[in-house]
Design a protein around this ligand. Structure first.
Ligand SMILES: Cc1cc2nc3c(=O)[nH]c(=O)nc-3n(C[C@H](O)[C@H](O)[C@H](O)COP(=O)(O)O)c2cc1C
Length: 174
């Protein structure tokens, strides 16, 4: 099994980072993690060159997308920043366009596990994540099999106990 794990938080050893590491430890096979904030991330220019071939931006995102295209499982993580995912993760998602516009490429069959961290203790952002799944993650052909929320999580490693337990009990059948 091939897994690609994305840490969308800029905070090293932060809540996303810790939860993604815990999840990756459970997964058999080939697991490759990317800490987006450390990478060369360029925005989609909407040039549509991807309709004819590869994306013209030879940055780190293109390398990640090539890995996702070969993956069985994609782990996406982000803290909530002002009610949204981080700009780093949104930049990666926008670049999915190079796959959806290219008739020779597809994300069909890629399963996704999401990790969302937030300081708010309520389920106030659940509808936003559902919306994001419908309009982006599932829209591009992936299948979300699990979303793990760490609510009431602020400082590094604080408030993630329930999410760690969920990861511990997660059965991944791919
Ligand atoms: C710029 C910024 C904006 C934030 N906005 C929100 C927010 O709108 N709602 C919320 O519940 N938490 C918000 N937070 C808190 C983070 O989502 C929370 O601390 C999260 O656990 C951080 O995860 P990390 O350690 O993986 O970065 C914000 C934090 C930052 C730095």
């Amino acid at each position: 099994m091939k897994t690609v794990a994305i840490v969308g938080s800029p905070r090293k050893e932060g809540n996303c980072d810790l939860l993604v590491k815990a999840l990756c430890e459970k997964i058999d096979g080939d697991v490759e993690s990317f800490f987006l904030n450390d990478l060369d991330l360029q925005f989609c220019d909407a040039c549509l060159s991807c309709q004819e071939g590869d994306c013209i931006k030879a940055d780190d995102i293109r390398k990640i997308i090539d890995k996702i295209l070969e993956a069985d499982l994609l782990i996406l993580s982000s803290p909530i920043y002002y009610g949204h995912i981080t700009a780093q993760l949104k930049t990666l998602i926008d670049r999915f366009y190079q796959v959806t516009r290219n008739p020779n490429k597809s994300f069909e069959g890629v399963k996704v596990i999401e990790i969302v961290t937030q300081s708010n203790p309520s389920d106030i952002y659940d509808y936003y994540i559902e919306y994001l799944n419908k309009t982006a993650i599932e829209f591009v052909g992936m299948e979300v099999i699990e979303t793990i929320f760490a609510r009431n999580a602020s400082d590094k490693g604080q408030g993630i106990e329930t999410a760690l337990e969920e990861i511990e009990n997660l059965e991944i059948n791919i």
